[in-house]
Design a protein around this ligand. Structure first.
Ligand SMILES: Nc1nc2c(c(=O)[nH]1)N[C@H]1C(S)=C(S)[C@@H](COP(=O)(O)O)O[C@H]1N2
Ligand SMILES: [Mo]
Length: 402
């Protein structure tokens, strides 16, 4: 199916659903519209790319939504050039000499900080897995409007900066403060409102919550929020506000689209396709237990008589991974995978399982992670209207040939 999201024709939450679009326009009309809007592209007959991110799947060029192909994840730390990008709005250009971080609201002192000011505070580094709440949205049935992410709107980086708590301490949070509003330099775009988020005060004051200016030892790359972004570890990616310019301590939940409407999840189980009244939706917070097979690749051919390493990554937000089990027989039997040595709180674990391939045929390799809070990946998705938190047992189909 042609993915229109790939060509920047839509933005999450504002676009037509795949179903209604194709019902109205039909495939041929969609292709014609595509060709009109992207003449250079159809002339070359090749997919668009973004400088420095050439190996990523372009879900949208402007705003920039880039997905990492699952087969390219092969290290605990995701290199910056392979790290997914999710932006609701156009990427802002920030001029560092003019840039300031303003802190106001329910505080004793309003602050206006330069990056140099921030660098005077105690430095903090952490390896944290960042995942978009919409990762896997493309797998939901019935389909859900929004960027049709598959497996790769996730990555793990080493972030360096300061504790958000230390910055808030400098300002002096008043006892009436309940949330910290986070706003970046990106601004509204057509019908898409400004991207503003808020973090409950206890998570904002948690010593692991950061304002980061470095990603894997380099200054934050522009698509990832130069010069400063939030890292709210274990929580879905939309809390990690990029291009930060403004923190405000507020006394009640922020009344804007990306808090009151976006990033909300049903509080009770619903049937696939059902509408959910707003009072039955609550803000997303932590990521859920999940695993992803990155090798062998989907559709690969493996050798009968040989041994195949089934490998991937598993994560569970604020919880820790205790085990990953792998099945190669449609889920009849499960075998514990070996977990990689690299670990950090809030970071994914690598896993691998040596599979002896005895018979030719078609095989489904599956991975199922369990967390230290007893959560296990489900067999069946928890469908929800915005397509958040896909975490069904992962699967890769391969063929074994002599
Ligand atoms: N200012 C701003 N911050 C933002 C966003 C945005 O659109 N604007 N997108 C958020 C979302 S939805 C995600 S998943 C992460 C993605 O971070 P990345 O692009 O560095 O991977 O950034 C978050 N921070
Ligand atoms: Mo996201």
């Amino acid at each position: 199916m042609i993915n229109l999201g790939k060509y920047g024709l839509r933005s999450e939450s504002y676009q037509l659903s795949r179903r209604s679009f194709f019902a109205r326009a039909g495939l041929a009309a969609a292709a014609a519209q595509l060709a009109r809007l992207t003449p250079a592209l159809s002339a070359q007959g090749s997919a668009p790319t973004v400088a420095g991110k050439e190996r990523l799947i372009v879900r949208s060029l402007r705003p920039q939504d880039l997905e990492t192909p699952a087969a390219l994840f092969d290290s605990w730390i995701t290199p910056n050039n392979l790290f997914y990008v999710r932006s609701h709005l156009y990427t802002p250009e920030v001029n560092l000499p003019e840039w300031r971080l303003k802190i106001d609201g329910a505080v004793e002192r309003t602050l206006d900080l330069t990056l140099e000011d921030l660098r005077q505070l105690p430095r903090q580094t952490a390896v944290v897995t960042l995942e978009c709440a919409g990762n896997g949205r493309g797998f939901f049935d019935p389909p859900v409007a929004g960027v049709q992410w598959q497996k790769g709107a996730v990555g793990t980086a080493r972030w360096t900066g300061v504790r958000l708590a230390d910055v808030l301490k400098k300002a002096g949070v008043k006892s009436s403060g309940r949330y910290v509003l986070l706003d970046g330099a990106d601004g509204p775009m057509g019908k898409v409102p400004d991207f503003v988020r808020n973090v409950p005060l206890d998570k904002a004051l948690h010593p692991d919550t950061l304002l980061a200016w470095e990603m894997n030892g380099a200054p934050l790359p522009v698509p990832h929020g130069f010069p400063l972004r939030a890292i709210v570890p274990g929580w879905e990616g939309a809390y990690a506000v990029k291009w930060l310019t403004h923190l405000q301590v507020i006394e009640q939940e922020f009344d804007g689209f990306f808090v009151k409407t976006g990033y909300r999840y049903p509080v009770k189980q619903i049937a696939p396709g059902d509408a959910v009244p707003p009072e039955d939706l609550a803000p997303l917070t932590g990521l859920v237990v999940k695993s992803m097979i990155t090798s062998p690749a989907e559709g690969a051919t493996v050798r009968v008589g040989g041994s195949v390493t089934a490998a991937g990554f598993a994560w569970a937000g604020e919880a820790n991974i205790t085990s990953v089990d792998v099945s190669t027989d449609n889920g009849s039997t499960w075998h514990p995978a070996r977990l990689g040595r690299d670990q950090a709180r809030y970071a994914w674990r690598q896993f691998s399982y040596e599979w002896k391939v005895n018979e030719p045929g078609s095989y489904l390799i599956m991975s199922r992670a369990t967390s230290d809070r007893g959560a296990v990946q489900p067999m069946v998705p928890h469908w929800n209207p915005s397509g958040y938190l896909w975490n069904v047992i992962d699967r890769v189909q391969v063929r074994a040939a002599a």
